[in-house]
Design a protein around this ligand. Structure first.
Ligand code: NAD
Ligand code: TYD
Length: 358
């Protein structure tokens, strides 16, 4: 039995990962440490909370006593580190939390792993079979022009407080490999979409607003490009790297599915028009699109070259963009109670600060 500490498992990717892994990997025990920030929702995992191979611990990755206790109590041999402040817009208005969780939190986890795995009674390094997988982002590489794609060897050039904090954490993880021999793996993935994504990110925000007949805010000229990957494909890539990746290496993960933001918004509008009918005034949902002030320092284009994980580990995405978007929009349509539960008072406050009154 692998004894896995998952951090940030109540968020978007973490909760999908936990559900998927409990279902398909019977030899994994998962301990989910999550602080339950605004982005963490235990309701994302109600269907697995009684699974005997799952345990939830509410707490902060920056709390070294708690993290040390979990390592000892659960004999943790694997860490999959998702916990982070993850939203670029919030990092622009409040960067401190990003430095704290993304940098200091990662540092604290690395120290706990080093303590637990590399210091045996004789003081000699052990850690055989242990793995620390750090989940990171393509945003650490900066912004691309019209051509090219990020490779594992691309120099880091983070440009938002979010990506700078993730880049710092990647460097710390890498340093623990080179300095202490901690058995780490790093994954840098492109934009994910799918069920349980908090509606502050582009896709769920647009779905939610389009359903409610509200305006659809598109930053700048709407032509910024992201490379979109269905969340379960990301989860499978992480499991592939965990099982077959070479310790100390980085693997880029992407969907090979570059889209301009405006294309994403059009796709969502068209799926909803087809599934739930036109707006009450008979217009289609594209009429709700509103171009708003651009994000500060808005990265123009991201694209991932996933050749390494494909050729060396045999992973490639299974869900194409058209199917993934349909599945995703359908999930939000079937889970309106979930949307209502996460868009409570504090979400409304955030929304009004960002976009003005609805
Ligand atoms: P999310 O914001 O949905 O979830 C983050 C989770 O971490 C939440 O459950 C939150 O409560 C928890 N958390 C935050 N601070 C914590 C702390 N101090 N201690 C313990 N728990 C804490 O994020 P996500 O979209 O699921 O992203 C997960 C990871 O994947 C992040 O590290 C992110 O950088 C990375 N990533 C995300 C994407 C994407 O498109 N969403 C793409 C590439 C990489
Ligand atoms: P987002 O989902 O925040 O992910 P990231 O910034 O990490 O790529 O945004 C995706 C793209 O959509 C990004 O170019 C910013 C843009 N965007 C909008 O145009 N309108 C919005 O309301 C939001 C949240 C994002």
């Amino acid at each position: 039995m692998k004894r896995v500490l998952i951090t940030g498992g109540c968020g978007f990717i973490g909760s999908n990962f936990i559900r998927h892994t409990l279902k398909h990997y019977p030899d994994y025990r998962l301990i989910n440490l999550d602080k339950l920030t605004y982005a963490g929702n235990p309701g994302n995992l109600t269907d697995v909370e009684n699974n005997p191979r799952y345990r939830f611990v509410k707490g902060d990755i920056c709390d070294n006593d708690l993290v040390g206790k979990i390592f000892a109590e659960e004999q943790i041999d694997t860490v999959i580190h998702f916990a982070a402040e993850s939203h670029v817009d919030r990092s622009i208005t409040g960067p401190a939390e990003f430095v704290q969780t993304n940098i200091m939190g990662t540092f604290n986890l690395l120290e706990a792993a080093r303590e637990a795995w590399l210091k045996d009674a004789t003081g000699k390094a052990s850690g055989t079979g242990c793995r620390f997988l750090h989940v990171s982002t393509d945003e650490v590489y900066g912004s691309l022009g019209q051509t090219g794609a990020f490779q594992e060897t691309t120099s880091y050039d983070p440009r938002s407080p979010y990506s700078a904090s993730k880049a710092s954490s990647d460097h710390l993880v890498s340093a623990y490999f080179h300095t202490y021999g901690l058995p780490v793996l790093i994954t840098n993935c492109s934009n994910n979409y799918g069920p349980y994504q908090f509606p502050e990110k582009l896709i769920p925000l647009i779905v939610n607003n389009a359903l409610g007949g509200r305006s659809l805010p598109v930053y700048g000229d709407g032509k910024n490009v992201r490379d979109w990957l269905y969340v379960i494909d990301h989860c499978e890539a992480i499991l592939t790297v965990l099982q077959n990746g070479i310790v100390g290496e980085t693997y880029n993960i992407g969907g090979n599915s570059e889209k301009q933001n405006i294309e994403i918004v059009h796709t969502i509008c068209d799926i909803l028009d087809e599934k739930v009918g036109l707006l009450p005034d008979g217009k289609n949902r594209r009429t709700l699109i509103t171009y708003v002030k651009d994000r500060a320092g808005h990265d123009r284009r991201y694209a991932i070259d996933a050749t390494k994980i494909r050729t060396q580990l045999g992973w490639k995405p299974k869900v194409n963009f058209a199917d993934g978007m349909r599945r995703t929009v359908e999930w939000y349509l079937n889970n309106k109670v979930w949307i209502a539960s996460v868009t409570d008072g504090s979400y409304r406050e955030y929304y009004e600060k960002m976009y003005g009154k609805k």
